[in-house]
Design a protein around this ligand. Structure first.
Ligand SMILES: *[C@@H]1O[C@H](CO)[C@@H](O)[C@H](O)[C@H]1NC(C)=O
Ligand SMILES: *[C@@H]1O[C@H](CO)[C@@H](O)[C@H](O)[C@H]1NC(C)=O
Ligand SMILES: *[C@@H]1O[C@H](CO)[C@@H](O)[C@H](O)[C@H]1NC(C)=O
Ligand SMILES: *[C@@H]1O[C@H](CO)[C@@H](O)[C@H](O)[C@H]1NC(C)=O
Length: 243
């Protein structure tokens, strides 16, 4: 949604009694976050049976918990549920809707401040659409970056490969080793979009904001102090295969 500033100012003035977000509160970018289930489950002690990257969330770059009275209602996304279970599973409890409820409440209600995402159906279907569009699983395969128990990757190769493919900067997060001799473990990949859903650089300006939203964003996630952060360039990367 692009409104010229004077229009927006008039709108805000006209509706000043309503809780319209001021222009600087509206988000301008979205972060599509995907997680590697094996790494997540190693941290959170679950049993992964997903052999592909799954959705973690679609996060606007501004705002958290924007409308506490807008409750998650799975009936509104009934038609999306088969794909939700496959592409956006709750790794801790695959039969629960808690993860989607949490993501809606924390991020979806903020994304919904834009007309393009102003319903639960619009929000969840857009996240699924972008997830399928970026098709991270096949891109990694094409780049010959495959989960392996007997090979470590050079982080620059992963980063440069993805950036070459998408044509924008992505953000890749790892679990950092506790000892110098150990590799870092590939955990999460963020791909960013502008408000028109066009791929956009994941800029440094909002990496600080998302830093604390690693796997700890999960509703039941243990707040692991050695959790995820941007991978280091000089440490080999372990991409753990399904046990
Ligand atoms: C994972 O395991 C659960 C419970 O055993 C099962 O319901 C689900 O279909 C499995 N998912 C996949 C992708 O195999
Ligand atoms: C919050 O959500 C409720 C329920 O959908 C809606 O009626 C209300 O207008 C929303 N409030 C704001 C400030 O958007
Ligand atoms: C959930 O959504 C359905 C379909 O839109 C609606 O019929 C139902 O009343 C909603 N439930 C609640 C608790 O809002
Ligand atoms: C990793 O790859 C980059 C080029 O993509 C290369 O410059 C660098 O030397 C490599 N590092 C290691 C440790 O192999």
């Amino acid at each position: 949604m692009r409104l010229h500033l004077p229009v927006l100012v008039c709108l805000v003035a006209a509706l000043s009694s309503a809780a319209i977000p001021s222009p600087r509160d509206l988000w301008t970018k979205l972060i599509l976050t995907q997680q590697w289930p094996n790494t997540f489950c190693a941290m959170e002690h679950c049993h992964p049976n997903f052999t592909y990257w799954t959705l973690h969330g679609l996060w606007p770059d501004k705002g958290n918990h924007c409308n506490s009275s807008w409750h998650f209602n799975s009936s509104e996304i009934e038609d999306l549920l088969p794909d939700m279970r496959k592409s956006w599973p709750d790794l801790l409890n695959p039969s629960s809707v808690q993860f989607w409820k949490y993501e809606w409440s924390k991020h979806g209600t903020c994304a919904a401040e834009a007309a393009s995402l102003n319903s639960q159906h619009k929000y969840f279907s857009k996240a699924l659409e972008l997830y399928h569009k970026v098709d991270l699983n096949s891109i990694l395969l094409k780049l010959n970056i495959i989960p392996s128990s007997d090979k470590y990757y050079n982080f620059s190769e992963i980063e440069e490969g993805l950036e070459r493919f998408y044509g924008v900067k992505v953000k890749i997060q790892c679990v950092h080793p506790s000892k110098n001799s150990e590799p870092q473990i590939l955990g999460q990949i963020e791909i960013c979009f502008d408000a028109e859903f066009t791929l956009h650089d994941c800029g440094k300006h909002f990496s600080i904001d998302t830093f604390s939203r690693g796997l700890g964003d999960h509703p039941l996630g243990v707040n692991n102090p050695s959790g995820l952060s941007v991978c280091a360039h000089d440490i080999p990367v372990y991409y753990p295969p399904t046990p």
